[in-house]
Design a protein around this ligand. Structure first.
Ligand code: ADP
Ligand code: MG
Length: 452
């Protein structure tokens, strides 16, 4: 472990002239050197290439898995990339730094290819770039299989192309996954800037990557201002309102303290807004209550007809609707860059879900707000969902106070601000998980409440 890091750092400074690793580069490289299959999710420009270039250079120095040298010659790293122009740039940069690298693409002459194949056969190349189509070429596959020292690493750039959820699905990429076995690659690193969970899941499945070996940069978004406000004062009434909703009784939501806060917030911060609620019924109620106040609002949840959902999406995109009161059903595939506010009326199921939902704000890079209302009823609701029984009210109210006072140092009723996703809102979630384990409530058990 430690010797791997030392070696990687040495290559970083000697060959690339950089002083320190960025983000999760070091962690990803360490696991690749160890022999794990890894997925790297960094935004464009963050430095994905080093994650395979450094191992490629390090391999001749490394012992193999059984303590013996994997190969005296060191083998080669093959990089599959769909972007020819980028391949050429990378090869030029590597060559300038004295690292033997080549690319195989359709522009290469027969003579050039011959030279590359000969260099491969003598284990003279550290890195070889190729397009995914190349794997259909039998001559290429046979040559690659005979490289002395073998394929130490297969790097799959733009790995989201393997996923049908990735907008740029390329059937060739499914072959890349099969190619791994055929050429007996030592390990695989997949690289992408696409961070949606579905895409990551597909990549992990295709290339046998364990969830623990997915490395991401922290999702820091400086244009998002994360706000949270406690709405605690009239907690008894608040709780009974939510209970009424849950049990399908007459709903007196207007009396919910959060609405006063919400109206004030929306008037102070105009612009396209998403309000996330926990239940379908709330989505409808909120849209009505907001419309009555003069806001252009519409509900969105899985219980609505597909035409209705489509119309709401279209109206939101075109600006006919300013506010969508949504359950978790809203968001997948919505590409509206100018969402100015994302409001959480209730707690999301997980921190990841919360980050994904607030991540829909301000995609255009302009300042946007994410408001999170922390009301006892939200905790109450979650706990009821998760446990199927009723917790004591005092313990919940106490929890809210504890979290704000002790964990965050914020007085109840106050507002705290941050623009870092995971801090300090994640503390709230972490605390909740620790105390109750009720955040991961599943949907199916509570379908009678139409909780999604
Ligand atoms: P990506 O593939 O993630 O879009 P690249 O691998 O092309 O990004 O890297 C982008 C730029 O960042 C390159 O110029 C690269 O040399 C530089 N870079 C990467 N890692 C580091 C680092 N640890 N220190 C300094 N510069 C780095
Ligand atoms: Mg790249």
């Amino acid at each position: 472990g430690d010797s791997h890091i030392a070696l990687a750092e040495q290559i970083l400074s000697n060959q690339f002239g950089f002083r320190a690793f960025r983000h999760e580069q070091a962690a990803a490289i360490q696991h690749i050197l160890k022999g794990d299959n890894v997925l790297v999710i960094f935004p464009t420009g963050a430095g994905k290439s080093l994650c395979y270039q450094i191992p490629a250079i390090a391999f001749p120095e490394l012992d193999g898995p059984e303590g013996a040298r994997e190969s005296a010659e060191g083998g080669v790293t093959i990089v599959v990339s769909p972007l020819m122009a980028l391949m050429k740039d990378q090869v030029d940069v590597l060559k300038k730094r004295g690292i033997p690298a080549e690319s195989i693409d359709s522009n290469k002459t027969w003579e050039e290819l011959e030279m590359i194949y000969r260099a491969l056969a003598r284990s003279q190349l550290r890195i070889l770039y190729c397009a995914p189509e190349r794997l259909n070429n039998e001559g290429f596959v046979e040559t690659v299989k005979r490289i002395p020292g073998g394929i130490r690493l297969l790097a799959v750039d733009e790995a989201h192309c393997v996923s049908e959820w990735g907008h740029s699905f390329r059937p060739d990429y499914l072959k890349v996954a099969r190619f791994v076995n055929e050429i007996k690659a030592g390990r695989v690193v997949c690289l992408t800037a696409t961070a949606t969970p579905k895409v990551a899941e597909d990549i992990c499945k295709a290339f046998s990557i364990q969830p623990a070996y997915v490395f991401r940069t922290t999702p820091y978004r400086p244009n998002l201002e994360l706000l949270a406000k406690t709405v605690c004062k009239e907690y008894n009434r608040d709780i009974s309102v939510s209970l009424d909703i849950m049990l399908g009784f007459h709903v007196k939501s207007e009396s919910d303290k959060r609405f006063e806060e919400l109206f004030r917030f929306l008037r102070a911060n105009p612009g396209p807004t998403l309000i996330y609620v926990a239940m379908q019924q709330q989505s409808e109620i909120h849209a009505k209550v907001l419309a009555a106040q003069g806001f252009k609002a519409a509900p969105f949840h899985a219980g609505l007809k597909i035409e209705v959902k489509q119309r709401t999406q279209d109206d939101f995109l075109s600006g006919k609707v300013d506010i969508v009161c949504a359950t978790i059903a809203f968001g997948m595939g919505i590409d509206k860059p100018d969402i100015r506010n994302v409001v959480h009326w209730d707690l999301s199921n997980t921190v990841e879900e919360y980050s994904q939902q607030i991540g829909r704000a301000g995609r255009d890079g302009k300042p946007s707000k994410c408001m999170f209302y922390l009301a006892p009823s939200a905790f109450y609701l979650r706990e009821v969902f998760a446990r199927g029984d009723l917790p004591s009210r005092s313990s919940l109210v106490g929890l809210v106070f504890d979290i704000f006072k002790e964990a965050l140092g914020v007085p109840v009723g106050g507002v705290f601000k941050t623009n870092h996703y995971r801090h300090p809102l994640s503390i709230i979630y972490a605390t909740l998980e620790l105390h109750f384990g009720f955040i991961r409530a599943t949907t199916s058990e509570y379908s009678t409440y139409k909780f999604e």
